[in-house]
Design a protein around this ligand. Structure first.
Ligand code: PGA
Length: 249
């Protein structure tokens, strides 16, 4: 069976460290039986040092800054995140693009910093409702991929994950139809083949994200052919998150 990557994006949750530890430990305990899945938890930065990754569960950050260190008040660099035994970093998430004005250029700088630190970026792309309605989805994805990955060579790709997350499906309870999602997955492969080569397109792991739950998780893997899932809201409930994994494998 092909390896699956299931990522929990906790976003700005939970409020207390105790709660974070309980949720993490509960997932960790149950995750042991899923040998064929790579399970990654992305908590807020502040919890990274107190959560202990092991073979069954890995840690990811939800963001990082593009410089290694210096006078950048409030920022956390990829190297700092790496020092906390974190292996993955999300970049380009639509909430960062929307609330923190992260452009494709900023995402590109962050992706380079993550790769230079020897970490694995989870590069998020996706269209808004309006863009979809105006038939601009493919143009948007192409632009996000081309600008986000500008100057990143094909030999870095074994270390890169792309997450297709239609913005209108994130946190809305309105997931993308599996057939539609599959079309976009194939389109992303196509862009990678044109921008790089067929090997790169073949090897790149592509995940789906947007209102994933235990009832739809298997559709994206088994029908639409994604290599894994990026789960937001539903990952805050250990039982539901484990169910999502179980159904998807
Ligand atoms: P959701 O979020 O599962 O709550 O829709 C997904 C994401 O934002 O990564």
């Amino acid at each position: 069976m092909k390896r699956q990557i299931i990522i929990a994006n906790w976003k700005c949750n939970p409020i207390a460290a105790k709660e974070a530890k309980e949720l993490f430990d509960s997932v960790k305990e149950k995750a042991k039986r899923f040998k064929e899945a790579e399970i990654i938890i992305c908590p807020p930065f502040i919890y990274l040092s107190s959560l202990k990754a092991d073979k069954s569960i890995k840690l990811g950050a939800q963001n990082c800054f593009w410089e290694d260190k210096g006078a950048y008040t409030g920022e956390v660099s990829a190297l700092m995140v790496k020092d906390l035994k974190t292996e993955y970093v999300i970049s380009g998430h639509s909430e960062r693009r929307k609330y923190f004005n992260e452009t494709d250029g900023i995402v590109n700088k962050k992706l380079k910093a993550i790769l230079n630190a020897g970490l694995i970026p989870v590069f998020c792309i996706g269209e808004t409702q309006e863009e979809r309605y105006n038939n601009q989805t493919e143009d948007i994805l192409k632009k996000q991929i081309s600008l986000g990955l500008e100057g990143i060579s094909a030999n870095k790709f074994p270390l890169l994950i792309i997450a297709y997350e239609p913005i209108w499906a994130i946190g809305t309870g309105n997931p993308c139809d599996a057939k539609e999602a599959q079309k976009m997955r194939l389109f992303i492969k196509d862009v990678l083949e044109k921008n790089y080569n067929s090997n790169t397109a073949e090897e790149t792991m592509i995940l789906y994200g947007g209102s994933v739950n235990s009832e739809n998780s298997s559709l994206y893997i088994k029908q639409a052919g994604f290599n894994g899932l990026l789960v937001g809201g539903a990952s805050l409930n250990a039982e539901e998150f484990i169910k999502i994994i179980k159904q998807a494998l």
